[in-house]
Write a new protein. Structure first.
Length: 96
């Protein structure tokens, strides 16, 4: 069993009504390149100051950077997402 870090990305959308499009674009996304080991586990719209929360698992901090960068540079996502804040657990205690 491999152990992962857990991360959360809070998102604010700039195009109201695109929340579920963002969720569907991110759902099941995982690493495809050698040396990377990350996956998006869960994404859903939320109420409050942020519009979406995305949960991911990753084995290295560089993997978390890949996820956040994908959200910021993907042509569709970057046109829908206004702002992100990333949170990460301090211990790699997420079994998979």
């Amino acid at each position: 069993m491999k152990i992962y870090y857990r991360g959360y990305i809070l998102m604010r959308v700039k195009v109201i009504g695109k929340e579920w499009d963002i969720v569907n674009r991110l759902k099941g996304k995982k690493s495809t390149e050698a040396g990377e080991d990350w996956e998006i586990n869960y994404a859903t719209p939320i109420y409050g100051g942020w519009d979406l929360i995305v949960e991911c698992k990753f084995s290295k901090l560089n993997d978390l950077d890949k996820i956040v960068t994908f959200c910021r540079v993907d042509p569709e996502l970057s046109s829908w997402i206004e702002e992100t804040t990333t949170l990460t657990g301090t211990k790699n205690d997420y079994p998979s």
